[in-house]
Design a protein around this ligand. Structure first.
Ligand code: F6R
Length: 365
C-alpha cells in the first residue's frame, strides 16, 4: 500500500526516519555505552579475536559495505575489506583464520550473495547475514546476523535498506570498538549522535520541493558525475547508481581526487557534477576539486552542511544537511541523492518503481 505517496520509492524514502530507528531499536545500551547485537551469537572473547572483517554484497548493498569499511576501521580499528559477492565467490581470497564475513542483502535471496555465503562457510569462516527479509535463504543459512527490520521494500531501487545497512554497520563498529580500545565517553557520544539521526533525516526530507526544482533544472543532462571522498566516496557510487537505474541518465561515481586522473576529460557545461561535500576532514579538498570542475564550466550541485557559506560561492545549487560526525554523514548525504534521482526520473516520465531491465531480487547468477 502506497498510502498518500505516488510511488513506493518515495514512500520508502520517507520511511527512513523510522527505519533507521528500527535498525537501532533495543540495540543501544547507555549503561554499557555500546551496542548489543545478540543475533551475532558471539561472545566478547570471540569478537575480540576477530582479526579481519570481510563485507560482501551486490549493488546498493556493496555500497553500504564500502561505507561500513570506513566506519569499522574508524571506530574499531579492525582491518576491513569489501568485495562484490560475485567476485568473492570466485576469487579465492586468502584470509586469516580469524576472519569474520558479513553478507549484506535486503532480499536475502540474491544468487551471488548466497553463493558468497556458502563459499565463505565452506572455507570455515564464521559468516553472518545483514538481511531485511527474515524468511530468506541467506537469513536461514548464515551463522547468525543482524536483521534490518525495515519492513518490505517494494520499489526496485533500494533506498531505506541502504540507510538501515549503514546504521547496522555503525552498530557493529561501535560494538567492536568498545571491546577493544574505545572509552565509555566516546561510546556514549556515538549513541547520542546515532539517536539524533532520525530527526536530522526528517529535516532533509522537508527539502523535497527544493530538490525537485534542482532535479527539473538538470533533467535534460545526458550524463552526470557524482564525487565524494572518504566516507562519502561510496555515497557518490550509490548516488550515481540510483540516477542510472531509474532515470536512465548515464552517471558515474568517483573519489573526488580521481577527477584529474582522467574523469575531468568528460566535464563540460552540460555535464553536471554532484559533490558530496559535508563539513568533514576533507571539506577543503573537495572544494579544490569543485574549483577544478568550475574552471571547465561544469555545473556544480553540492550536498553540504547547513551554515557553510563557502560552498554556496562555488556551487550552482546546494542541498544542505544538518551537522553530524564524519562517520555518520553517509546516512544523511545519501537521502538528498535518493530524492534527486527520484524527482529526475519522475520529471522524465520514467516508471520509478519498476525501472526497465531490473528485478527487485536477482536470483540468477
Ligand atoms: C539498487 C538495487 C540493487 C540491489 C542488489 C542487491 O537500487 O536495488 O543493486 O541492491 O541487487 O540486492 P539485495 O540487497 O536484495 O541482495
Amino acid at each position: 500500500n502506497k498510502g498518500d505517496f505516488p510511488h513506493y520509492m518515495l514512500k520508502e524514502i520517507y520511511e527512513q526516519t523510522e527505519t533507521i530507528q528500527d535498525a537501532m531499536r533495543g540495540r543501544l545500551s547507555r549503561e554499557e555505552a555500546t551496542s548489543k547485537l545478540g543475533g551475532l551469537e558471539m561472545t566478547n572473547a570471540e569478537l575480540r579475536s576477530v582479526e579481519r572483517i570481510i563485507l560482501t554484497g551486490c549493488g546498493t548493498a556493496s555500497h553500504a559495505a564500502m561505507v561500513g569499511e570506513y566506519i569499522i576501521e574508524e571506530l574499531a580499528h579492525v582491518p576491513t575489506e569489501v568485495e562484490f559477492a560475485s567476485e568473492f565467490r570466485y576469487r579465492n581470497m586468502p584470509l586469516p583464520k580469524d576472519s569474520l564475513v558479513f553478507v549484506i542483502s535486503q532480499s536475502g535471496e540474491t544468487a551471488d550473495t548466497l553463493a558468497a555465503l556458502r563459499e565463505s562457510q565452506r572455507k570455515g569462516h564464521r559468516t553472518l547475514g545483514v538481511c531485511n527479509n527474515v524468511a530468506s535463504t541467506i537469513a536461514r543459512e548464515s551463522d547468525g546476523g543482524v536483521y534490518m527490520h525495515a519492513g518490505p521494500e517494494i520499489g526496485v531501487a533500494a533506498t531505506k535498506s541502504f540507510t538501515s545497512q549503514v546504521t547496522i554497520l555503525t552498530l557493529i563498529g561501535l560494538l567492536l570498538g568498545r571491546i577493544r580500545h574505545m572509552s565509555t565517553t566516546e561510546g556514549l557520544r556515538i549513541i547520542d549522535e546515532l539517536e539524533a539521526i532520525p530527526a536530522k533525516v526528517a529535516k532533509i526530507l522537508e527539502q523535497t520541493d527544493h530538490i525537485k526544482k534542482i532535479a527539473e533544472k538538470y533533467s535534460g543532462a545526458h550524463s552526470m558525475m557524482f564525487l565524494g571522498r572518504q566516507f562519502n566516496y561510496p555515497v557518490a557510487l550509490e548516488g550515481a547508481l540510483k540516477m542510472k537505474e531509474i532515470s536512465y541518465i548515464h552517471a558515474s561515481g568517483h573519489p573526488s581526487a580521481e577527477l584529474k586522473h582522467g574523469v575531468i576529460a568528460l566535464i563540460s557545461a552540460d555535464v553536471p557534477s554532484v559533490f558530496i561535500a559535508p563539513d568533514d576532514s576533507v571539506f577543503e579538498k573537495n572544494v579544490s576539486n569543485i574549483e577544478e570542475v568550475r574552471a571547465r564550466k561544469g555545473p556544480i550541485i553540492s550536498i553540504a552542511t547547513e551554515g557553510n557559506t563557502k560552498i554556496e560561492k562555488v556551487s550552482d545549487d546546494v542541498i544542505f544537511i544538518p551537522p553530524c560526525p564524519d562517520f555518520l554523514s553517509p546516512i544523511l548525504t545519501s537521502i538528498p541523492l535518493q530524492l534527486l534521482a527520484y524527482h529526475t526520473a519522475v520529471t522524465l516520465g520514467c516508471d520509478v518503481d519498476k525501472p526497465r531491465n531490473l528485478a527487485k531480487s536477482v536470483t540468477v547468477e
